[in-house]
Every structure is written in C-alpha cells, then in structure tokens.
Design a protein around this ligand. Structure first.
Ligand code: PNS
Length: 188
C-alpha cells in the first residue's frame, strides 16, 4: 500500500502556480526543456518575459511572446505573459507561489543564488525552485545562440525550428545562417 502522510488533505492541497521569468531573447531548446519539466511539476506555469527598457533586444517583446506561445502550444497548463518592474511584484499579481529558474552549470549558481536570496528578502513567501535542463543543453544560452547566428553559424538543434526560421528572417539578408544540410546536399 502507498504511504499517505495526510489523507485528509489529499485532493484539496493548495495549487502550485509557478512563474518562469527571463529574457528569452531568443527562446532556446534549453528553455523549452525546462518549461516541459516545470509543466509536469506545477499546476500552472507562467512563462514571464521581462520587458526591459534598458536593453535593446534582438527580438521585440511580441515576437518573443509569439515564439514561446507556439513552442508551448501543446502544454495545457503553460501560458506566456510579459512583465516589467520587480519580478516579486509580478509574482504577487498573478498569485504565483514559486519562481522557476534553470541551473546549467556551477557558474550559474552564484548569480542565481544572489537573485533568489534577494527575491526572498523582498517576498519571503515566494520560493525559488531550480531545475537542471537536459545535459545536451548545459552549454546553451540565448546570448551564444544570437552570436553564432549573427556570425552565420548553424543553430539547428539548439533552438526550435520556428526560432531558427525567425532568426534567419531577422538576420537575412545581411548575414545568412548556414543552409539546412538537405539543401547543401542538393546543391552538389
Ligand atoms: O533570462 P535572464 O536575463 O537571466 O532573466 C533575468 C530575470 C528577468 C529573471 C531578472 O533580471 C529579473 O527578475 N528581473 C526583473 C527585475 C527584478 O525583479 N530585479 C531584482 C532581481 S533580484
């Protein structure tokens, strides 16, 4: 028989609503991996894109929202939103009790710890939960994807095909991404 610690609470436990905040410029397969993992753990997962007037992003807010919505179309408990100001204020507004963040390598830890503790100081009720993406995405970042794409390298397998397409549209005609392998073969 399965152990049940608090049988009287079963079925009426508090819903766990998580936000996954970030810049997502552009969203990568690492982000998607984390969203999929989060959607299995939390009742609701809100992917929250930061509107940061101080940064000039490659993709506008609406473009990033549109890409993330398409990427998460099949995940019924996931939605995409935008926010500005303090993340803890946004969390309060959407009644989230958890912040989801990814940790890829030990190098992420210091910054993430600082941010999690500052957020805890600001809003003690809000818990930060860290998840690790699949190993194949442990070196992946939006900044590197942007750089590789801008210099004409292939980002296939690092971002969803839709994002790859949007990158190509954004950077073409100045800089072209490498054509897909099938195209290269056909040209020979
Ligand atoms: O994808 P990123 O750029 O690593 O995400 C960073 C983000 C958006 C989570 C962080 O910069 C943030 O929460 N900004 C909102 C402003 C805020 O609350 N600042 C205090 C953080 S301790």
């Amino acid at each position: 028989m399965l152990p049940i610690c608090t049988p009287f609470l079963r079925g009426r436990l508090k819903k766990v609503i998580a936000i996954y905040p970030g810049s997502f410029d552009p969203p990568t397969n690492g982000h998607l991996d984390l969203i999929e993992r989060g959607s299995k753990i939390f009742d609701e997962l809100i992917v929250a894109i930061l509107r940061n007037p101080e940064k000039a992003p490659l993709f506008g807010l609406d473009e990033r929202k549109n890409m993330l919505e398409a990427m998460t179309e099949g995940l019924r408990n996931v939605c995409v939103d935008t926010f500005d100001g303090l993340m803890v204020d946004y969390a309060l507004k959407v009644k989230a009790n958890v912040v989801l963040r990814g940790i890829r390598a030990i190098s992420d830890y210091e910054y993430e710890l600082q941010m999690a503790l500052m957020n805890r100081k600001l809003q003690p009720e809000l818990e930060t939960v860290f998840l690790m993406p699949a190993e194949q995405y442990s070196y992946l970042s939006s900044r590197l994807v942007q750089e590789v794409a801008q210099l004409g390298g292939s980002v296939a397998g690092l971002v969803p095909p839709l994002v790859e397409q949007r990158l190509r549209e954004k950077l073409d005609p100045a800089i072209k991404l490498q054509p897909p392998i099938e195209l290269k073969k056909r040209k020979k």
